[in-house]
Ligand binder design. Structure first.
Ligand code: FE2
Ligand code: FE2
Length: 186
């Protein structure tokens, strides 16, 4: 654990996911990155940054296509693994390996998703493609920083991934749902 004079300890309620592990999901990162948590309630400035980000599947992430749902779940699993290795303060190569997995699988998923939207004549394809493109550019930049030894970007990377992925699935991916899974009718 950390010396008391170097860290401000906070306690958060255990969540269902945390119940299988330690009682609390707070970890500390030694940098000055402004922190955000999934519920935005624990943010404060400290030289030691607590991270409390993870993603859970919920019905509001259902985009109406089984393959896309499965791929989204896998992405969530990998992001949660990234959260875990960060929490465990794993060596940098391990962080890089998991983050690389996120980037690689996101690219594979985007290709499949774009093919699906195209096959169903989804009219928002071009805009959606551009959003995917911007995401890949950002995570590639983060991956390069991480690979170059800038471990402190990992916290930002995790926050970016969790926020982006859930917002994107709920706000953007679900817009193609009526095209790929039209209501069967009465
Ligand atoms: Fe998408
Ligand atoms: Fe997606």
């Amino acid at each position: 654990m950390f010396a008391a004079d170097h860290a401000t300890r906070i306690t958060v309620p255990a969540t269902p996911r945390d119940c299988t592990g330690p009682a609390h999901g707070v970890i500390w990162i030694s940098d000055s990155t402004p922190l955000r948590t999934k519920d935005h309630s624990l943010a404060f400035n400290s030289p030691m940054t607590p991270i409390m980000s993870f993603v859970q599947w919920s019905p509001e992430l259902d985009v109406g296509d089984p393959k896309m749902n499965a791929q989204h779940q896998r992405l969530i699993d990998i992001i949660n693994r990234f959260h875990d290795v960060l929490q465990q303060q794993a060596p940098l190569p391990e962080l890089v390996a998991v983050f690389t997995e996120v980037v690689d699988f996101a690219k594979e998923h985007f290709r499949d998703e774009e093919t699906l939207m195209q096959a169903h004549g989804y009219p928002g394809l071009d805009e959606h493609l551009e959003i995917h493109h911007r995401f890949v550019a950002r995570v590639t930049e983060l991956l390069l920083q991480l690979r170059s030894g800038q471990r402190q970007v990992a916290a930002d990377a995790l926050n970016f991934l969790t926020d982006w992925l859930t917002d994107h699935i709920k706000g953007t991916d679900r817009q193609y749902r009526p095209y790929v899974a039209p209501d069967p009718g009465p």
